[in-house]
Design a protein around this ligand. Structure first.
Ligand code: FAD
Ligand code: NAD
Length: 460
């Protein structure tokens, strides 16, 4: 390598741009190539706009429930255009921040589409310019999955990016796929006033989530007025006048639901389409780039991070992988520690998990389970948000906490404590002896940990 290592990064999403900043901080000369907007999916078409919209939904709830707190609210209106405009402002503000950070770190940002010429050189399609470095990090992300059914290309069938760009609120919508995007969008649109039906192929919403936690979430989503049909695989979509008729099969019966719009949220797939990977022989399996624990591909000097490597497609994991990759490029031998990757769902109530589900932990050996319901937590009663619980799964013999699962108020913030605890291999006793501030929601974690060992205080 030259005196200053030169790193080329393809994709300025959360897999690519934090890696660029980290590499620059570590002294590298960095070129970051982006064909679209800085910040990628998460900032422009994913986490940030979606959560901004969910915040507007939370304000609607607060207005409706104000009477509980002794505050009388004499009618209110929701201006869908203003809700969407505020979301755009949030995105623009954060995008400006990303641009400023990259500039401050003297990262050379090139706008265009990169594809490999050889293992050290990429070419920008639009300009023909070539960029040569000592190593390349691929962080090209993912795109929405499609399913091969009739009617999928109809004008009213929208993916998540199109939903986030809608200019008018539909009267009704069918959401195909009750995974994370499906439930978050259902909650937002339903709070705005759209009549929502979710069709999910599996027996319950958000498959992969601890079943007890998912059941509470599903019950609350249904209680908020969303129609949920599970065990329903969508098989076709047909136009019927101004409506779309969505057909599904559920066991040996078929059913139909009609709606103004159909939202498709059946997963995402890594985006390898424009990279020219075959020219350099980078191995990919089932559509995802294969990397080792140092984030290096089979071609020395070519690394990959984020959604493009498949597995859990989460913003914080993408960033951790990208930073891990550049540290390794710069000679620090550091394997990715992904033992404790939190997964969060920003619905009402929120859900968040880290570590093993109860089902997965039981397959490995004997476990002890501790639960604590939010209805017995002082802060949750103050907030009038008492649905849900904290559930801790620990190893029966050593007491090590293997998984923490929360459904309830601010679950997505609360989970950070559990991430640290699981990463540091703490026991339930460690969690329960740590003095938690009062009155806080975090006390529910402490009490669930007590329930694993010698019993919670505020539960008989
Ligand atoms: P991306 O963010 O997709 O970035 C890849 C970038 O590479 C893109 O900007 C693309 O234009 C660019 N690119 C691709 N090919 C080339 C090329 N050949 N040349 C130049 N540039 C190229 N995750 C969470 O953790 N929390 C959430 O709350 C959350 N909410 C989400 C909500 C929605 C609606 C969606 C769709 C996703 C959400 N995610 C969330 C997932 C999260 O957005 C992704 O995991 C994350 O964006 C992955 O980052 P990445 O950098 O790997 O890919
Ligand atoms: P997902 O994998 O979470 O859910 C897709 C759902 O569609 C599954 O439940 C699947 O069973 C269902 N499905 C598939 N085919 C179907 C059919 N024919 N009929 C009915 N149901 C069908 O994917 P997603 O919700 O599209 O999200 C994509 C990615 O974005 C995920 O990897 C997720 O991690 C990420 N994301 C994360 C967050 C967050 O962290 N809060 C939010 C949104 C998206």
């Amino acid at each position: 390598m030259a005196d200053r290592a030169r790193i080329t990064i393809i994709g300025a999403g959360v897999g690519g741009y934090p890696a660029a900043i980290r590499a620059a901080r570590l002294g590298a000369e960095v070129t970051l190539i982006e064909k679209d907007a800085l910040g990628g999916t998460c900032l422009n078409r994913g986490c940030i706009p979606a959560k901004s919209l969910l915040q507007s939904a939370a304000v609607v709830r607060t207005m409706k429930e104000a009477g509980t707190f002794g505050v009388t609210c004499k009618g209110f209106d929701v201006d869908f255009g203003a809700v969407m405009a505020r979301k755009d402002l949030v995105v623009a503000r954060l995008a400006r921040g990303v641009g400023a950070l990259l500039k401050a770190k003297k990262v050379n940002v090139i706008r265009g589409t990169a594809s490999f010429v050889d293992p050290r050189t990429v070419q920008i399609r639009e300009s023909g310019e070539t960029v040569r470095g000592d190593a390349v990090l691929i962080a090209s992300g993912s795109k929405p999955e499609r399913i091969p059914i009739e009617g999928i290309d109809g004008p009213d069938v929208l993916d998540s990016s199109q939903v986030l760009a809608m200019s008018a609120l539909p009267k009704s919508a069918v959401i195909v796929g009750g995974g994370v995007i499906g439930v978050e969008f259902a909650q937002f649109l339903s709070a705005m006033g759209t009549e929502i039906t979710i069709l999910e192929r599996m027996p319950g919403l958000v498959p992969g989530t601890d079943r007890e936690i998912a059941a509470v979430l599903q019950k609350q989503i249904a209680a908020a007025g969303v129609t949920v049909v599970t065990g329903a695989a969508v098989t076709g979509i047909a136009r019927r006048g101004p409506e779309n008729l969505v057909t599904f099969s559920a066991g040996d019966r078929t059913g139909t639901v009609s709606a103004e719009k159909v939202l498709l949220s059946v997963g995402r797939k890594p985006d390898l389409s424009l990279l020219g990977l075959d020219r350099v022989g980078v191995r990919h399996e089932s559509g995802a780039i294969v990397v080792d624990e140092f984030m290096e591909t089979n071609v020395p000097g070519i690394y990959a991070a984020g959604d493009v490597v498949g597995g859990l497609m989460l913003a914080h994991l993408a960033s951790a992988q990208g930073e891990c990759a550049v540290r390794n490029i710069l000679g620090r031998r550091e394997a990715l520690n992904d033992k404790a990757v939190p997964s969060c769902i920003y619905t009402n109530p929120e859900a968040a998990s880290v570590g093993l589900t109860e089902e997965a932990a039981r397959e490995r050996g004997e476990v002890r389970i501790g639960r604590f319901p939010f209805r017995a937590n002082g802060k949750a009663v103050i907030l009038d948000e008492t649905e849900g619980l904290v559930k801790i799964v620990s190893d029966a013999a050593a007491g090590e906490v293997l998984g923490v699962h929360i459904v309830g108020p601010h679950a997505t913030d609360l989970i950070a404590e559990a991430v640290l605890g699981i990463r540091r291999r703490m026991t339930a006793a460690d969690f329960s002896r740590a003095i938690h501030p009062h009155p806080t929601l975090a006390e529910a974690i402490m009490e669930a940990a007590m329930a694993v060992s010698d019993g919670a205080i505020h539960m008989s």
